[in-house]
Design a protein around this ligand. Structure first.
Ligand code: BG6
Length: 496
């Protein structure tokens, strides 16, 4: 694809996300030859920096960038030449005129043709005023060069705030200039869900209620909230992981085939899927949505603090660090197929996977050993780590009789010749620079996802008797979540 000369303008230029993810991703794109020779990165923020001191912080002394195997003196110096900094207060309207002048200077110096990506890597409370500030000085106009706005998560706090944010952004930029990021969509293995489904005639015909018993999606993290207690207190697992990342996975697993591999076609199908999520009643929220919070525990003689002891967290906090839910999709393909999703912090391991459980064969002919109790095949799409796909199926145990056991067909990305898996931000930044919004969320579908989540937030707020269950650090969350999975011999998969 064509990559035009451009400037990436980062609001929150010395913030954590910029230093940890964005600059290292751009460095890698540069080293791998994906960026044109005419490009610049302009960090913005209130912290005063010169171009030199910012290069030192963001590039030369950035441990996250230095981890890269291409980070030798020459490439660091080459990349550093493209980096600039401008001190400004994004909340002061009068600072935007100076920003525009500074951009024009860099344009002349670097021949970047007034193509700008504006990246909002700031607290969400600043998004609206930044969009207005840019619009005020016509930095949204595309008469000379394109202008794109990348909006980080969280996109809204609930349906109302997400709709208000969409409405405001649309007064400043057109929908096709707005790129709402969900970094899960930048993951190679997530994109491969579409290929698994729509490029394989073995899976395509059986991907429906006739053959699939249920679908399970897990995003487990072994870390806690670390230094983000302040942010997490106003978020919780439902907003932080489910409304965005996990519902995106649901959409890719469950959407209808798009007629084209285009941004519009794929995003239309995802929207329809979100609109088909069966709304949960209060009764269903009580029974089918489980929230939990990690509590302190001792593992091998070592003590681990609970969530309420973390920095920035209230001592009586009810914020959930774990959430699991069961729901249905009301459409032809998925009638009566339960979907189970769960996510949590301080679980035993870090793993994200999608597990498709197929129905057993209609007539049982053989003796099934214990490891094949359900006599159904299972497809495990491993998103991270150890990225790959595992198909579990029955084979005859050699020897007398017909005894069936489970075996694995196991594909690992590391086995591919081209096995480099780019970081999600690399892929997403490059797509935006190239004007491809396929892997970004469209405004209507962000709102549709919130429409599904909002009743849960409301019920949790309204009904004190809906419990937050404690679970000890290092376990798979509250036991109550086990009861969600119905069906003889079915449990969650406990991956390692
Ligand atoms: C972020 C959440 O969006 O995703 C974090 O805010 C979470 O709380 C992270 O840890 C998980 O991302 P990944 O790519 O490590 O699975």
């Amino acid at each position: 694809k064509k990559t035009d000369p451009h400037i990436i303008v980062i609001f929150g230029g010395s913030g954590d996300l910029t230093i940890r993810k964005l600059i290292p991703a751009l460095f890698n794109l540069h080293c791998r030859g994906f960026l044109p020779s005419c490009f610049a990165i302009l960090g913005l923020g209130r912290t005063p920096h010169t171009d030199e001191s910012y290069r030192e912080k963001a590039v030369v002394g950035n441990p996250h960038l230095l981890k890269n195997e291409n980070a030798d003196d020459k490439s660091i110096k080459d990349f550093g030449r493209h980096i600039y900094y401008h001190t400004m207060n994004s909340q002061s309207e009068s600072d935007y005129g100076n920003l525009k002048d500074r951009l024009m200077d860099i344009n002349e110096q670097c021949s970047t043709q007034e193509n700008y990506v504006f990246y909002l890597s700031t607290p969400p409370s600043l998004y609206q005023s930044i969009a207005s500030g840019l619009a005020k000085v016509a930095l949204n106009h595309e008469d000379r060069g394109w202008k794109r706005l990348i909006v980080e998560k969280p996109f809204g706090y609930d349906l109302k705030s997400a709709s208000a944010l969409n409405a405001h952004l649309l007064t400043c930029f057109k929908e096709d200039q707005i790129y709402r990021i969900d970094h899960y969509l930048g993951k190679e293995t997530v994109q491969n869900v579409l290929v698994t489904r729509f490029a394989n005639s073995t899976f395509e015909p059986i991907w429906n209620r006739n053959y699939i018993h249920h679908v399970e999606i897990t995003a487990a993290e072994s870390v806690g909230v670390e230094k983000r207690g302040g942010y997490y207190e106003s978020s919780g697992a439902l907003r932080d992981m489910i409304q965005n990342h996990l519902l995106q996975l649901v959409a890719l697993v469950a959407m209808e085939p798009p007629n084209l591999s285009s941004a519009a076609a794929i995003r239309d199908e995802k929207l329809k899927l979100f609109q088909s999520l069966r709304p949960l009643t209060v009764e269903e929220i009580r029974n089918n949505v489980i929230r939990g919070q990690y509590v302190g525990s001792r593992i091998n003689g070592e003590s681990f603090p609970g969530y309420r002891e973390e920095e920035g967290v209230k001592s009586d906090s009810k914020t959930e660090t774990y959430a699991a839910l069961k729901f249905y999709i009301d459409n032809w393909r998925w009638a009566d197929v339960p979907f189970y999703i769960r996510t949590g912090k301080k679980l035993p391991t870090r793993v994200t996977e999608i597990v498709v459980h197929f129905k057993p064969t209609p007539h049982r002919l053989f003796n099934y050993t214990n490891d094949h109790v359900n006599a159904g095949n299972t497809l495990v799409i491993r998103i991270q780590p150890n990225e790959g796909i595992l198909l579990k199926f029955g084979v005859k145990i050699p020897g007398e009789g017909f005894r069936v056991t489970n075996t694995n067909m196991d594909f690992h990305y590391s086995q591919l010749v081209e096995s480099y898996l780019p970081d999600a931000y690399e892929r997403l930044l490059l797509d935006c620079i190239q004007g491809d919004a396929t892997l970004y969320s469209r405004g209507d579908s962000v709102e549709a996802a919130w429409t599904f989540i909002n009743p849960i937030l409301n019920a949790w707020q309204e009904f004190d008797d809906i419990k937050v269950f404690g679970y000890p650090v290092g376990t798979w969350g509250p036991e109550h979540a086990d009861q969600l999975i119905e069906g003889k011999n079915f449990t969650w998969r406990y991956p390692c």
